[in-house]
Design a protein around this ligand. Structure first.
Ligand code: KIV
Length: 266
């Protein structure tokens, strides 16, 4: 695949073509995903649960993120690489800048940061220093202890309006992408219409500009045997991993994933 850029991703949104993203933590899968045509590879801090066996993303260190970003960079064949700022690595604009610099130097082309409108100063600081930012809103797993569990967000109309307002403010501050997790499908649609940057959803319905899943989830691999409602096992009916990846890409592009069974209602 020719190298995916932020401009290309914005054009996809404008043309109404769905964007594909999967998490990725190592060189071999980076090669598999990018060769299959997955447009964005996310070194998510879910690596704390998926690779390290923790029960949350909180123990993940910046060094872990830098290490796995460098691994993905080495195997990547043109995918757009996004790396997470892990827990406690971005508590101030200055700390976020220092942490992001390490991720960008390891091979990231964008950093993802969890939170709300209080991130605006940080987004401005990173953007003005040449670091594109994806703002992760809705269910932000680093705040699982504040939420009291992994809970669907934006179900009541006040919360939903606040999330739309947050997305607009983050875009105004310079965020080049929004990722929204675990919200009703109707809110996913509203968010995509409210901002001009790509909105990528996970558990946010079929009408966001693109979709992301945790790689191991969509390959049917799980330590606990449980998976969230929004996960589909794309290995089913496929002979190999390339088959599963191609099936995911096709289902996102033609809008058949996520279907109603993978969506939250209001
Ligand atoms: O860390 C991660 O893998 C993520 C996805 C759940 C989107 O943020």
């Amino acid at each position: 695949m020719s190298s995916v850029t932020l401009t290309h991703l914005k054009n996809l949104k404008q043309r109404g073509e769905k964007i594909t993203m999967l998490t990725c933590y190592d060189a071999t899968f980076a090669h598999e995903l990018s060769t299959a045509g997955v447009e964005m590879l996310l070194i998510g801090d879910t690596l704390g649960m998926i690779l390290q066996g923790h029960d949350s993303t909180l123990p993940v260190r910046l060094e872990d993120m830098v290490y796995h970003t460098a691994c993905v960079k080495r195997g990547n064949n043109g995918g757009f690489i996004i790396a997470d700022l892990s827990f406690m690595t971005c508590c101030s604009p200055e700390q976020a800048l220092h942490s992001s610099a390490q991720l960008m130097q390891a091979g990231a082309q964008m950093v993802k940061i969890e939170g709300g409108e209080w991130l605006c100063d940080t987004v401005r600081q990173l953007t003005r220093n040449g670091i594109p930012v994806c703002a992760h809103i809705g269910l932000t797993p680093q705040s699982v202890n504040v939420f009291g569990g992994f809970k669907v967000q934006g179900r009541d109309s006040h919360q939903a309006a606040a999330l739309v307002d947050t997305a607009k403010k983050l875009e105004e501050a310079g965020a080049a992408m929004v990722l929204v997790e675990a919200v009703p499908a109707s809110l996913g649609r509203t968010l995509s219409g409210a901002v001009s940057v790509p909105v990528i959803g996970i558990g946010a319905g079929p009408d966001t500009d693109g979709q992301v899943l945790v790689l191991h989830d969509m390959l049917g691999l799980s330590i606990t045997g449980r998976s969230p409602k929004f996960v589909k096992n794309f290995m089913k009916g496929q002979d190999d991993i390339q088959g599963a990846l191609k099936s995911y890409i096709a289902a996102v592009k033609d809008g058949s994933f996520p279907s109603a069974e993978h969506c939250y209602s209001e």
